[in-house]
Every structure is written in C-alpha cells, then in structure tokens.
Design a protein around this ligand. Structure first.
Ligand code: LMR
Length: 394
C-alpha cells in the first residue's frame, strides 16, 4: 500500500532548516526557524526553568498520565498570564486545555470550532504562518484570506484588511496573531484591534488568536493588550497560546487552548468538545514542560526571575532590530528602518525569491524564500556578514 505514496515537498520552514543543517559550508548562517539564540548562538534554558526542573526531578514520584485537560496549576496560571486577573475573575467562564505546543492548541481549537460551526470559513492574514492552513484545514474548515501586510510600506495595510474582513459572516472565524505577527513582524495598534472588535460585533464572526510570542514584542502586558480588548469587548474569544518561545520550552511541546466564554455552562460544553478532540488526536498531553511552566509561573521567586530574563531577551531582540536596520540602511541604498518598527522574531527583508535563494547558494545565508528572517538568530559575530551578503544582491 505504501508504494502508492509519492514524496511530498519539504516543509517550507523545517525543510530549509534541515538543508541548512546538512550544509557543510563553515560560514553558513541559519535565519530560518523561529528560535531565540543568545549572543553565542545558543538557545538558552531560562534560569527559572532550570531551577524548576531541578526541583521537579528531586520531587517527582510518578510518570502516570496527566488528566486529559492537563495540569491544573499550569492551566490556572496560563489563564492569568493570557487574560490578566481582572478578566479571569473566578475563571469559571474560561475553558483551558493543555496541549502539545501551540500547534496542538490550534488543532484542538479548530476541532471545537468545526463542531460549533461546521460551515465556517476561517479568514487568515495574507501572509500568515504557513502551518495555519494545514492545521486548521485538517478538520475540514474552509479558508479565505484578508490582505494584511503591504510590502511597499512594510506595514499593515489596515484599510484593505478591514475591506476584506467585511466579507466575514456570522459563524466565520477570523484568525489574528496576538503579537509579533509571523512572518511579517507587523502588528496591529490597539485602535486597530478595537476596530476589528467593532467588525466582529456588527458581523458576528468569532476571533481566534494565535499567541506564540507573548512577551517577545514589547512586554507581557502590552503584547496581551489586543487579545484582552477582544475578550472584554466580545465576551468570547479563543486563544492558542504557546510556551515554546517565551518560556524556552520548544522541545517540551507546551501550549494551551483557551476558550474565553460567557458563562460556566458554555465553558462546560466547550470543555467536553475539547477533551473529545484531545482524546481522538493524542489522548493526554505531555507533562514535563507544563509542570515546569506551572512552577515558574506560580512561584513568586521563579516568576520574577523568568520575567526579568524574558524582558532582557525582548530588549536584546529590539536592540538587534535597531542595529541591523541601521547597518543595512547605511550599507545599501534602501531604507530598512521598518525592521526596527516591527516586533518579535521575524521580518521580511523585501528580497525576491531568486535573491533569497542565491544568498543560500553563494553565501550559505539561509532565510525563507519569502525573505523572512529570524532576527533572534543575529548576533555580533554574524550581523556584518548578513549585512554584506544582503547588500551584495541589492
Ligand atoms: C517558525 O515560524 O519558524 C516557528 O513558528 C517554528 C515553526 O514551527 O515553524
């Protein structure tokens, strides 16, 4: 039977990272996958996570399954981290399900949404993270795109975004990036979030928010402001939160599907559908990352250490953005100031596919075909090489 299969094209992000790993060029530079790298090119384990891990290993007495919804401490902490204490209140109106990473959260959310609104169209930004389509599409949902990023101005073209979203109907789902838009780094202002909330109110669509970079744009509060505005204005919002980047738990696959609803009855029904979906797909979530995150977020000392380290990472990424945009602008005849205005790990350099591919072949500089780079992989050792390489194709 398997001989009927043909080889699929490689994943546009992970496939390229694999090609880079296999490249024997000693000067290669990998700006593909969104992983935070420190000045030495290492993806560090947060100090607070290391401390939590030592304590967990000393105390752990079982590897029995977690409950299907996940670890309660972790889930309670994630509700507070994402929505803030005021919106959480007694928490009875929020369903939280621990998932294998942010991808797992999007999958569980899409399973629940497809059961709630089988004919829904999911509206995704153009461009968006390429995995959104297969993840949400795997439950049979249909897609439409709304225009978002304008390559000419290197920013959000909000007018055309709103024009397109006027086509979203009651029962449809609009996918927004909570902060640090992937792949563009161009985010909505709070006024723009508010205008989308107006549209959702008048047209009756549901907002699903991919929150993979909380705390990596400006800070934990500012980055959550848009989604909190949505929750308080609409009374219903779904969030897929990841702990991969902001807690550095990439390989531990730690995420949460959060359904902010109107009351505990809706929450109970949502929970039953979410757990049914989890049972069909993977049964119980992996424990290790969530147990670490739950400790870090609930222990005041670990929490303070984590918040300080995350703030330092965020500040360093913004410094990298400033330095890189200044050096590129000085070295070429283009204005790269937009890089310092954007948020999070990613920006487009505005190169053609041919230019991106030629940099790979001639310089061992790996970025996506779209010219998306992972800003967080730049450092003092490689930045000038990247600047020179980019200048060479302009
Ligand atoms: C990325 O966009 O590089 C990250 O979100 C990692 C991934 O899974 O694609």
């Amino acid at each position: 039977m398997l001989s009927t299969l043909s080889v699929l094209p490689p994943d546009p992000i992970l496939g390229l990272a694999a090609t880079c790993r296999a490249d024997t060029n000693p000067d290669k530079i990998d700006l593909t996958v969104g992983i935070y790298m420190d000045e030495n090119g290492i993806c560090p384990v947060f100090e607070a996570v290391q401390m939590a891990q030592r304590a967990l290993i000393a105390e752990e007495v079982t590897k029995a399954y977690l409950p299907a919804a996940g670890d309660q401490m972790f889930l309670d902490q994630m509700k507070g981290l994402v929505f803030g204490d005021e919106l959480v209140g007694d928490g009875q109106h929020i369903t939280a399900i621990q998932t294998p990473g942010g991808c797992g959260a999007i999958r569980i959310a899409s399973e629940v949404l497809a059961e709630a609104s089988p004919d829904a169209t999911v509206w995704v930004s153009n461009p968006t993270w390429p995995v959104h389509i297969p993840l949400l599409g795997s439950v049979g949902l249909k897609f439409a795109t709304y225009r978002y990023y304008d390559p000419a101005s290197h920013g959000v073209d909000f007018e055309v975004m709103v024009d397109d979203l006027k086509g979203a109907r009651a029962g449809d789902i609009v996918l927004l990036h909570g902060c640090c838009h992937n792949p563009s780094g161009a985010d909505l202002t709070l006024d723009q979030w508010s205008a989308i909330a107006d549209l959702a109110e008048s047209q009756g669509f549901t907002v699903l928010i991919d929150l993979a970079y909380l705390g990596m744009g400006k800070d934990l509060e500012v980055d959550a402001a848009g989604l909190r505005l949505m929750a308080s204005r609409l009374g219903e919002v779904i969030v897929a939160a990841s702990c991969s980047k902001n807690l550095g738990l990439y390989r531990e696959r730690t995420g949460t599907a959060l359904f902010f609803g109107r009351n505990s009855q809706t929450a109970a029904a949502t929970q039953s559908h979410g757990l049914g979906a989890a049972r069909r797909v993977y049964s119980m979530p992996p424990a290790h990352g969530a147990l670490l995150a739950g400790r870090v977020l609930s222990d005041p000392e670990l929490r303070a250490s984590w918040e300080a380290e995350l703030a330092g990472i965020c500040a360093r990424m913004n410094l990298l953005r400033n330095t890189f945009s200044e050096r590129l602008t000085a070295r070429t005849d283009r204005d790269f100031a937009f890089i310092s205005r954007e948020n999070g790990m990613f920006s487009f350099l505005g190169l053609s596919v041919e230019q991106a591919q030629s940099l790979r072949a001639s310089r061992g500089l790996y970025m996506l075909d779209s010219s998306r780079i992972n800003v967080a992989a730049l450092n003092d050792h490689n930045m000038d090489l990247v600047v020179e390489a980019v200048a060479s194709v302009l």
